[in-house]
Design a protein around this ligand. Structure first.
Ligand SMILES: Cc1cn([C@H]2C[C@H](O)[C@@H](COP(=O)(O)OP(=O)(O)OP(=O)(O)O)O2)c(=O)[nH]c1=O
Length: 192
């Protein structure tokens, strides 16, 4: 049995490594286009599914392929990765002092027996009140630029967060407990 992580995200790779699972990484070539009017859960799950399926179609049918997608939702608006520093500034400014949701879609596919599982995890995050100067200094670290919602809770972004309700690992990019449930229930893989 082989497991493939269909992701270019170093955070996802690290979270999976923590579980001592043997896996390979193959990046998907899905172009992430988001229809901002669709339901956020559907967007995260659909992107996760597309990533997993894209890679599943390129490898042996018996391989188990994992895909994920993380989005930030504030006031029904989907915030993906920032286009530039100004975009990052505006996103963090929006999130400042308020609650938002981080949704990570997760999909696991094995084509040999046509198993295709999709689910998502939702975490609430409350950001501290952050003044403009601090937002600029945070952006100067470059940390926001490749992250949904323009922050990384695992890095300097930890200094911006007041509290969270739900799965921390899902905010970082991979809901590992949910993944374990899926692997155990649908694929007969028990990690511990
Ligand atoms: C909110 C938040 C997001 N992120 C990251 C997780 C994801 O890597 C990224 C969202 O982009 P994604 O499109 O979910 O993933 P990716 O492009 O990095 O990797 P791939 O599509 O190849 O799997 O934002 C953090 O690292 N910390 C956070 O606190």
């Amino acid at each position: 049995m082989k497991i493939i992580l269909a992701s270019s995200s170093p955070r996802r790779r690290e979270l999976l490594l923590n579980l001592n699972l043997k896996f390979k990484v193959i990046k998907s070539e899905v172009k992430e286009s988001v229809d901002i009017n669709s339901n956020p859960k559907t967007v995260a799950m659909s992107l996760a599914f597309q990533k997993a399926l894209d890679v599943a179609n390129k490898v042996e049918e018996s391989e188990i392929v994992i895909g994920a997608d993380t989005i930030v939702v504030f006031d029904n608006e989907i915030l993906g990765k920032p286009n530039d520093e100004e975009d990052a500034f505006n996103m963090i400014k929006k999130l400042s002092g308020k609650y938002h949701e981080v949704i990570t879609g997760i999909s696991v596919i094995r084509l040999s027996d046509n198993k295709k599982v999709v689910d998502c995890e939702i975490t609430k995050v409350k950001m501290k009140d952050i003044d403009d100067y601090k937002i600029r200094r945070y952006i100067d670290t470059k940390e926001p630029m490749d992250k949904a919602g323009s922050y990384g809770i695992q890095g300097y972004g930890s200094l911006l967060v007041e509290k969270i309700e739900g799965d921390y690992f899902s905010v970082v990019g991979l809901p590992v407990a949910k993944l374990e449930e899926i692997l155990s229930r649908h694929f007969g893989i028990n990690i511990i």
